[in-house]
Design a protein around this ligand. Structure first.
Ligand code: PGA
Length: 300
C-alpha cells in the first residue's frame, strides 16, 4: 500500500479485496494510534507516521530475507529469491540471463522489476532489491560496480528515410530532423543528451515517450528519428521497419553495470548470481578492451 499509494492497486497486488485492505490499514493505524495515510482529493499520501512505519517494515523484511538466505547457506543450499531490478532497456537481455541462472539453480525464485533509471535509483535508496542493472551507475549513491557487456546507442530512422544508406552523416545534417526522445529520467536519453551537449547540437523534439517499443513504432511510421540502444532493435532492423543511420560519433558506447549499494549484505542467492555472472561474462568485454557482439536477436 505504501509503495502503490492506492488501495485498489495494493489490493490487486495482494490478491485481496479493496475493503479488506482498507480495514487492515485502519486496524494498523488504530493500533499505532496515528493515521498512516491521508487522502487529498484522489491522491493518497503517506503521513510522517506512515513513512516511519515503511522504513521499519523494510528493515524487518530485509533482515528476515537475510536470515532465510543465511539459513539456506548454512544448509549448503542455494535457494531463496533473487530480487533484480533493471532499467527499461535491459529487459531485452536480463530475462535470458535469469533463465540461464535459474537453469543452474532450479530452487531459486526470481523477481524482476523493470523501471527507468530514476525510478531504479529511488528503489536503490529504499533498499527494495538485491542488485540493479543500469548503464549509468548513480552518482549520489556509493555502489559496488561490476561492468559487463556493452550497450551501444544508435540513431534510428524509418526504412524510407532519405538519409538511409548515406555514409558518414554529420550531426548538422540532422538539424532539420524531428526527434522522438525517451522520457526524462531515462538513461538512454541522458547518454544521448550528454553526447549532443558536448557537440553543441540541439535536437528538434517532436515528442517524448516512456517506451522503446512505442518509439520504434513512431519512428517506423515516419514521425521522426530517435536514439535507441541496439538491444532494443531487432538484429535485422528491417524486421522493425527501421534502419540505423551512419551518423558520425555513433554508436555511443556505454557498458551495462551490475550495481548494488556499498556495504549491502548480499544474500547467498545473490552471491551465487554474482558468481554466475562473473563466470559467464567475457572478461575482455567487462574490462572494456573489446567491443562485444550485440544480441543475436532482440526480444519484444
Ligand atoms: P533507460 O536506461 O532504459 O531508462 O533508458 C538505459 C540505460 O541505463 O542505459
Amino acid at each position: 500500500m505504501a509503495r502503490r499509494l492506492s488501495f485498489t492497486r495494493a489490493a490487486e497486488e495482494l490478491g485481496l479485496s479493496q475493503p479488506t485492505v482498507s480495514t487492515q490499514v485502519r486496524q494498523l493505524s488504530d493500533e499505532i494510534g496515528m493515521p498512516l495515510f491521508e487522502q487529498l482529493g484522489k491522491t493518497v499520501y503517506l503521513t510522517d507516521a506512515g513513512k516511519e512505519l515503511l522504513v521499519a517494515a523494510q528493515a524487518v523484511r530485509s533482515t528476515w530475507s537475510d536470515f532465510e538466505a543465511n539459513i539456506a547457506g548454512l544448509q549448503g543450499l542455494t535457494r531463496g529469491t533473487l530480487k533484480l531490478a533493471c532499467v527499461t532497456t535491459a529487459k531485452y537481455f536480463a530475462p535470458e540471463l535469469l533463465g540461464a541462472f535459474c537453469e543452474r539453480y532450479p530452487e531459486v525464485e526470481v523477481r524482476l522489476e523493470i523501471a527507468n533509471r530514476d525510478t531504479l535509483f529511488n528503489r536503490m535508496r529504499a533498499n527494495l532489491d538485491d542488485v540493479y542493472i543500469t548503464s549509468l551507475p548513480p552518482e549520489d549513491i556509493e555502489v559496488e560496480d561490476l561492468p559487463f557487456q556493452e550497450n551501444a546507442l544508435v540513431v534510428v530512422a524509418s526504412m524510407r528515410h532519405p538519409l538511409s544508406g548515406r555514409r558518414d552523416i554529420d550531426l548538422a545534417s540532422l538539424a532539420p530532423e524531428r526527434f522522438i526522445l525517451r522520457e526524462n529520467g531515462s538513461g538512454t536519453r541522458e547518454i544521448m543528451e550528454n553526447h549532443f551537449g558536448q557537440h553543441g547540437f540541439v535536437p528538434r523534439v517532436r515528442m517524448e515517450m516512456g517506451s522503446n517499443e512505442a518509439i520504434k513504432h513512431a519512428v517506423a511510421g515516419g514521425l521522426g528519428i530517435s536514439v535507441l540502444s541496439r538491444y532494443a532493435i531487432d538484429a535485422n532492423p528491417a524486421h522493425d521497419r527501421l534502419c540505423i543511420l551512419d551518423v558520425q560519433g555513433f554508436p555511443l558506447y556505454e557498458k551495462w553495470h551490475l550495481v548494488y549499494p556499498k556495504g549491502k549484505r548480499l544474500s547467498a542467492v545473490c552471491r551465487s548470481f554474482l558468481g554466475f555472472l562473473g563466470n559467464s561474462l567475457d572478461p575482455a568485454a567487462a574490462a572494456g578492451g573489446e567491443r562485444k557482439a550485440l544480441p543475436k536477436k532482440s526480444q519484444k
